[in-house]
Write a protein that binds this ligand. Structure first.
Ligand code: MTE
Length: 461
């Protein structure tokens, strides 16, 4: 991790100002433009919004004028200073401020035909630190989500033949909650994250390009303990099959060596509370470093066996189409990846000056070692500051100061993980993987800042 400088680079410079991503004011026409594959739709909506704000609001000159005239926000007492506030427990389960209602999960317009088998993306552009608020955790369901009655939920452990598990058992939620728990912070990324970008730029914002990504503190019981409780043969049993209780009967093979590392959890807690129904309440598998599909939600059964199961979700889905036309199966580890979340596509720099460039980095193989950032499309690189804590197989936050001189720029981030693996460019990734895949795109993301300040998604080879 790089040392924290006492003053961030660029301190003392005039401060720049970001207009946040525009999804909050995407009109039906804009959505239709995305569906039709047009990528110039942002320009229109931005110009309209800037015009609506009036010229004075767009920069610091406006603020200076307000100060000269006397700022009514200081001179006149607002209602919140002159009236009685709401009582405690007015909202027994807290909600974000009404002014934050633009920060929401979103479905990508036109991506899937039905929302029961779809994705809602996390708004990475508006989040801080490394933890994803549970209400903004991305969602990926194959057949919708259910709010399961925990008193009727069961976890069954069995073997593919009687020798694999000596004492097959069925656990209630109460049984599982009485076991000694562990809590760990991990990222989950869908293998299809950034999957629309294999051939060319396809989506405008980081929410849609990288938002199948979240990070939480999970609480549960290491699966190994439960298997030992059932007398599973952890040498003969080389794999487990995890099965969900939803209509899609999601089933995934997990190698036993991951279970033996004690990293795989049968989890019920997420960020200090029970899992949200969308994320598998009351029980899900947590498989750190492995693509999201293996984190089986609404977990109801684990089978111990001696070979991979080749279930539908690993034989024909979640496979990589290689340039020679062959399919690659069981490529489950999420390789190191990073992305600048602000400034990012759809945002606008309203002024020259200092910007804090921030983003996320992660690796399915361990800890993030360093993140380099380029402001000129990959010609020069500078090491960013990693904000602690840096956990293994968790999101890490990076920040770096940048003074924008008003000229076009291309912002990129490139992570190196603790194994020494360096995130590839699009050119490097395509040389091995081609352009026809869906899954496991971890290429370097580029955001172009135009002279107008508009930030857009571009690809640099
Ligand atoms: N488990 C079940 N039972 N059913 C599902 O549809 N979707 C999988 C996985 N587990 C799924 C599931 C996929 S493809 C992903 S990426 C993750 O759950 C998404 O988890 P999340 O919805 O909590 O973000």
């Amino acid at each position: 991790m790089s040392e924290h400088p006492t003053r961030p680079e660029g301190a003392g410079q005039r401060l720049g100002k970001v207009r946040p991503a525009p999804e909050g004011f995407l009109s039906q026409d804009d959505i239709a433009a995305v569906k039709a594959g047009r990528r110039d739709f942002l320009r229109g909506s931005f110009s309209a919004a800037v015009a609506a704000m009036g010229a004075g609001a767009a920069g610091f000159s406006g603020l200076a004028r307000a100060a000269e005239e006397g700022d009514s926000a200081i001179l006149t007492l607002p209602p919140w200073s002159t009236s009685l506030g709401q009582g405690v427990a007015a909202r027994p389960y807290g909600l974000p401020s009404q002014y934050e209602k633009g920060l929401i999960r979103r479905e990508s317009p036109g991506l899937t035909r039905v929302s029961g088998s779809s994705v809602a993306f996390t708004p990475l552009q508006g989040l801080f630190g490394i933890i994803t608020p549970s209400g903004l955790h991305f969602e990926r369901h194959h057949q919708g989500w259910q709010d399961i009655d925990p008193s009727r939920h069961r976890l069954m452990i069995n073997g593919s033949d009687p020798s694999m598990v000596k004492r097959p058992k069925v656990y209630t939620m109460d049984d599982i909650l009485r076991m000694p728990p562990v809590s760990r912070i991990h990222f989950i990324e869908c293998g299809a994250n950034t999957g629309m970008e294999w051939g060319n730029v396809a989506v405008p914002t980081v929410q849609y390009s990288h938002g199948m990504l979240s990070c939480s503190e999970f609480t549960g019981v290491p699966l190994r303990w439960i298997l030992e409780d059932c007398g599973a043969d952890l040498k003969k049993g080389k794999y487990i099959l995890a099965e969900g209780a939803d209509g899609s009967s999601m089933t995934r093979t997990i190698p036993m060596e991951l279970v033996l590392s004690d990293e795989v959890l049968v989890a019920y807690g997420q960020n200090g509370e029970m899992l949200r129904p969308e994320n598998g309440y009351p029980l899900r598998l947590v498989v750190p470093g492995v693509q999201g599909v293996s984190w089986v939600k609404w977990l109801r059964r684990i089978e111990v066996g001696d070979q991979p199961y080749a279930s539908k979700d690993e034989a024909v889905h979640y496979i990589d189409l290689m340039p020679n036309g062959q399919h690659r199966q069981y490529t489950s580890t999420q390789e190191a990846k990073s992305v600048i979340t602000s400034p990012s596509g759809g945002q606008m720099l309203l002024d020259k000056g200092f910007y804090n460039v921030t983003g996320l980095a992660w690796s399915g193989r361990g800890k993030v070692k360093k993140v380099d950032v380029s402001f000129d499309g990959g010609i020069n690189w500078k090491e960013a500051r990693l904000e602690g804590p840096v956990h293994s197989k968790a999101l890490s936050r990076f920040n770096i100061g940048w003074v924008w001189d008003g000229k076009p720029a291309i912002l990129q981030s490139r992570v190196t993980d603790e194994t020494g693996y360096v995130q590839p460019s699009y050119g490097q990734l395509r040389a091995v993987r081609g352009t026809k895949s869906i899954y496991h795109n971890n290429a370097i993301q580029s955001w172009k800042v135009a002279e107008s300040g508009e930030v857009s998604n571009v690809q640099v080879l």
